[in-house]
Design a protein around this ligand. Structure first.
Ligand code: C2E
Ligand code: MG
Ligand code: MG
Length: 692
């Protein structure tokens, strides 16, 4: 029994109320009242579910109470059972018309009475439960409605005849139909779908979902035209709705406006395929165009040239005039090339100052020669930017399909090698890829792999070449020279891989390993009681690494070599390329007590005043002057000038590449005290030097 059910008994005879209270106590919470004039206010506060009401009462009778109760807003929630001693049909009729639902006649049969009231309590209980279920269903429905109304997708549901019964606000906005107007209409009438490209009418997926009783995705490229004629690109799907017996009772369709996403995708594709500065195709699109052009050339048995063009000395222009002007110049070049190129030529910007032209042509190369000249002319045409006249030149590398390359990657690689060659030969020139370049590329690849492996395994060798006092033949120090050993155990000269290491950035690891190995050896000499300074070559590129000073300091610490036994050999290009940073770094290195030598001196551009700015200790005369000085008076002049210069600047001087006694004597007569060269000792591994 429902303990929450409240039963209210109104009877003027106390004996009745007591008896009833007793038999009904199990049915719920029971309250009774013998004074009918107080009954109404008690009902207001007690709010019973079931009322047992006596009709014959003094002052206020049962009918009066019924009449009053009819005015109450909760009247419909009450189940009123009247008690009467009359079995008068009129009384029954009156009570029923006033809203009572049952009768109990006096004298009371208590068992019967309990059973009847119990039934009403049960009814009331079920009614209450139903009400609760209904209101929770209602609130769930409301919740769902709010959810559907607030999602960003359009939602339309229909009955099983595809007639609309619900549309959320997004669906109303996209179709241009209000729910009121669309309700009951067929989905095809409200949602007009077409193919975005052909315009042909598309079958609504909801109709298909109903026909085939399965979820159906909307065809790609679908366009929705609203009631007002506005079009939207839409995407999504429809599904049948099944009832609890798995029978189709309608369908729902969810769709979204993808117009903006599509527009954005188009814009993104453009941005990811074009260079922002010149609006030319970028490397990605070039790759695409090249692929297509190769397919066409293969089909028509024609040729295809890829010209890779790199502006000469652009870095200097950029450094001197600033990036802003640099950008304007690049934009100008891009524009000029684009204007020059006709329809079937693709012009792309593939890097900072690199452009590419994809040129389809017929079988002979001679037809593109004039074109190359024209391209160089376009680049060479003077122009004004920022109130200054500029004249540019470029180096062009050309790869030809199918002569030297069969794939996009090969064409790009070959054109790049050819461009590199052109650049090294002369500015404003062009070069085709050829067998010689192929060999050079293979060799570069081989050396690159060897070097990477040696660096990974820390197996680079370091040789040591003595520097001697020319008068006494005493060893004053060694220069460390890196060696790469190939698969056959042969030494590969650093001349073959230092450039590569610089270009690829491997020079940092190489420099660090050589420095450490050199310091370890110098420490061994020191420990063996014959201390010698070791001179380590440092590439200009290494100065671009801000941690160079740290590397030198930590290597000395790690190897426990006192700094006076270390010398660093730098070339003039290190001083020129990155002036500010290099000076600062050299000053720190010098402060540590490390000696600094300027290598290959005389081959660069250093002026006297310039040299003063750097904390140098040694000048090394380049071996080319030593080699030529006995036969070439100009070389001799240079050597004697360098010796004088060193004296003035208070720098030590070392002559490199002494191969003959004559050279040694000549150098001595000029006042050069220290020398290095095959005559005095070849570079050898540490073990050999150690035995000396
Ligand atoms: P460098 O620093 O000017 O070294 C002198 C080069 O001349 C060495 O060539 C040496 O073997 C060679 N040489 C010495 N005496 C004579 C001689 O009497 N006649 C002739 N013809 N040559 C002589 P190597 O070892 O092939 O090194 C070439 C260049 O590679 C070096 O020139 C240096 O610039 C660079 N290099 C060598 N090792 C390293 C290194 O560890 N790091 C860096 N960054 N560069 C290095
Ligand atoms: Mg050197
Ligand atoms: Mg040298």
């Amino acid at each position: 029994m429902d303990a929450n059910c409240r039963i209210f008994i109104i009877d003027d005879e106390e004996i009745n109320t007591l008896q009833l209270e007793h038999v009904l106590q199990e049915c719920g919470e029971v309250l009774s009242c013998n004074d009918s004039s107080k009954a109404l206010s008690l009902i207001d506060t007690f709010r019973p579910d079931v009322i047992v009401l006596d009709i014959e009462m003094p002052k206020v009778n049962g009918f009066d109470i019924l009449k009053e109760l009819r005015q109450k807003h909760y009247f419909n929630d009450l189940r009123i059972v009247v008690i009467t001693s009359h079995s008068d049909i009129e009384i029954e009729e009156k009570a029923l018309s006033l809203g009572a639902i049952d009768f109990i006649s006096k004298p009371l049969n208590l068992t019967l009475c309990r059973m009847r009231i119990e039934n009403h309590v049960n009814f009331k209980h079920q009614e209450n439960m139903l009400q609760i279920a209904q209101s929770s269903l209602q609130s769930e429905k409301e919740h769902l409605r709010i959810t559907l109304d607030s999602i960003a997708d359009g939602v339309i549901s229909t009955d099983d005849n595809a007639r609309i019964n619900y549309m959320n606000p997004v669906a109303q906005r996209l179709t241009g139909w209000s729910l009121i107007a669309a309700k009951g209409k067929h989905i095809e009438e409200v949602m007009s779908l077409n193919d975005a490209t052909t315009g042909s009418r598309s079958l609504n997926p909801l109709v298909m979902a109903l026909q085939e009783n399965r979820p159906v995705a909307m065809a790609i490229n679908t366009q929705l035209t609203s009631r007002q004629g506005i079009t939207h690109r839409v995407e999504d799907s429809a599904a049948p709705i099944l009832n609890s017996s798995d029978e189709q009772c309608g369908a729902v369709m969810v769709f979204q406006d993808v117009s903006e996403t599509m527009a954005m995708a188009v814009q993104m594709t453009y941005l990811s395929h074009h260079d922002q500065l010149t609006a030319l195709p970028n490397r990605v699109l070039l790759h695409d165009r090249l692929t297509q052009a190769i397919t066409r050339a293969a089909f028509s048995e024609n040729k295809l040239s890829l010209m890779l063009l790199d502006l000469d000395k652009f870095k200097y222009i950029n450094d001197a005039l600033g990036h802003h002007v640099g950008d304007e110049i690049i934009a100008h070049v891009g524009h000029s090339l684009d204007k020059f190129a006709c329809n079937d030529i693709t012009v792309a910007r593939v890097g900072g100052d690199e452009f590419a032209l994809v040129v389809p042509h017929t079988s002979t190369l001679s037809n593109i020669e004039p074109l190359i000249e024209q391209v160089l002319n376009v680049i060479g045409t003077p122009f004004r930017i920022a109130d200054e006249q500029h004249v540019l030149s470029a180096s062009v590398g050309i790869s030809v399909y199918p002569d030297d390359a069969k794939s996009v990657e090969e064409m790009l690689r070959h054109a790049d090698s050819a461009m590199y060659k052109a650049k090294h030969e002369a500015s404003n020139s062009y070069c085709y890829f050829n067998d010689e370049l192929q060999l050079a590329m293979n060799e570069r690849l081989r050396i690159g792999n060897l070097l990477r492996k040696a660096l990974d395994e820390n197996t680079l060798e370091v040789y040591f070449q003595p520097k001697k006092d020319l008068a006494t033949n005493e060893i004053v120090g060694y220069e460390s020279l890196v060696r790469l050993i190939d698969e056959e155990g042969k030494c590969v000269s650093p001349l073959q891989f230092i450039d590569y290491a610089e270009e690829t950035g491997l020079i940092y690891r190489l420099g660090a390993q050589v420095l450490e190995k050199s310091c370890i050896v110098a420490k061994k000499w020191l420990d063996a009681g014959c201390p010698k300074q070791v001179a380590v070559n440092i590439s200009a590129k290494q100065f671009s690494d801000s941690s160079l000073v740290e590397l030198v300091a930590s290597t000395l610490e790690k190897t426990k070599l006192p700094s006076r036994y270390l010398e660093l050999e730098i070339t003039e290009s290190a001083l020129i390329d990155c002036y500010e940073q290099t000076v600062t770094q050299l000053k720190s290195i010098s402060k540590m007590g490390i000696s600094i030598a300027l290598d290959d001196f005389g081959t660069g551009y250093s002026s006297l005043s310039y040299l003063r700015l750097f904390p140098l200790n040694v000048l090394k005369i380049d071996q080319s002057f030593v080699r030529d000085m006995l036969t070439d008076s100009q070389a001799l002049d240079i050597v004697s000038t360098i010796v004088e210069l060193a004296k003035t600047l208070n720098l030590k001087i070392v002559a490199e590449g002494i191969e003959t006694t004559e050279q040694k004597q000549k150098l001595q007569s000029l006042g050069c005290k220290i020398g290095q060269g095959y005559l005095l000792g070849r570079p050898t591994p540490f073990e050999k030097n150690h035995k000396q």
